[in-house]
Write a protein that binds this ligand. Structure first.
Ligand SMILES: CC(C)(COP(=O)(O)OP(=O)(O)OC[C@H]1O[C@@H](n2cnc3c(N)ncnc32)[C@H](O)[C@@H]1OP(=O)(O)O)[C@@H](O)C(=O)NCCC(=O)NCCS
Length: 176
């Protein structure tokens, strides 16, 4: 298996994989018809973010992407998403993609990787914990599924460089 930067020629295959996974209904927040089928957003990610793919011979079997914050004060944080073709799961593709992104993201100015995951997505959470992602919060009942069931959202993150010193408990007085 090879992990490398996605190319413009990969975008249709990435979009098709994403659409297949959306159809599975279990992993992403958007329902299939809620996410654009245009290549534009993927093209922008290719230009401004990080888009890496796992290849097995001619097949594209997995994707990891990082979107840097669009505002200056959040530019050091990258929002991470990962997905692997159904028949290729549980074979180490996710692990290889995570290892790769943790290695390449700092050179793009990313100091912290953040993500949100359904709190019942045990496989993804196990992978993130293996890569030292820590829980930063849990949003209870953040998602309401079509059958009326609620799901919690887990916020996780990992610093790629030493985290900033904690803020003082009491903020300094404000000048008047
Ligand atoms: C989550 C996902 C990216 C993981 O990729 P993967 O290729 O299946 O994962 P790997 O085979 O590299 O396994 C990595 C680790 O995940 C965990 N894992 C893998 N399969 C698992 C399973 N069936 N149940 C629980 N944990 C599992 C284990 O910790 C595993 O490490 P191990 O092999 O040493 O036991 C992939 O399963 C996927 O695309 N799922 C659907 C989309 C998704 O949930 N994306 C994340 C949205 S936030």
């Amino acid at each position: 298996m090879k992990i490398e930067a996605a190319r413009a020629a990969d975008l249709s295959a990435i979009l098709a994989l994403r659409q297949r996974l959306l159809q599975e209904g279990s992993w992403f927040v958007a329902e299939p018809e809620e996410e654009t089928t245009q290549l534009g957003p993927w093209q922008r990610l290719l230009e401004r973010g990080i888009l890496r793919v796992a290849r097995q011979g001619p097949l594209l079997v997995g994707v990891v992407m990082v979107r840097p914050g669009s505002l200056r004060r959040q530019r050091h944080v990258g929002a991470l998403e990962i997905f692997v073709e159904t028949s290729w799961r549980g074979k180490g593709v996710g692990r290889a993609l995570m290892e790769d992104i943790v290695g390449v993201a700092p050179a793009q100015g990313i100091q912290k990787l953040s993500l949100a995951v359904y709190a019942d997505n045990v496989r993804a959470i196990a992978l993130y914990k293996f890569f030292d992602f820590k829980e930063e919060g849990r949003r209870q009942g953040e998602y309401r599924m079509a059958d009326g069931a609620y799901r919690d959202d887990l916020l996780m993150a990992r610093w790629l460089s030493p985290p900033p010193a904690p803020l003082p408990a009491t903020p300094p007085p404000v000048d008047r």
